[in-house]
Design a protein around this ligand. Sequence first.
Ligand SMILES: [Zn+2]
Length: 103
Amino acid sequence: MRKVQKGDRVKVIAGNDKGKEGEVLSVDPKNNRVVVENVNFRLKHQGRTQQQKEPGIIEREEPIDISNVMPICPSCNEPTRIGFDEVAGDKVRVCKKCEGVLE
Ligand SMILES: [Zn+2]
């Protein structure tokens, strides 16, 4: 189990997008990178495709380092450090501030 998972709300704590918040769209555990909604937008040139009549520029999120984000605890609504605990034999993530369980 990782500290940051797909679907988490996270706050960016370092880098160009410091202070932004968004949902984790994907996690790349191998490279310790995450893609966060509305964070690290980069313009990409895209050629003409079947679906798209106009060739042009699309905006999309690029991965950022996982250490640059902090999960936002749904209980206390704050970016927080994550600990691990066991509930009924299942490993769960807990907020180190309020000890609430992150789903
Ligand atoms: Zn909390």
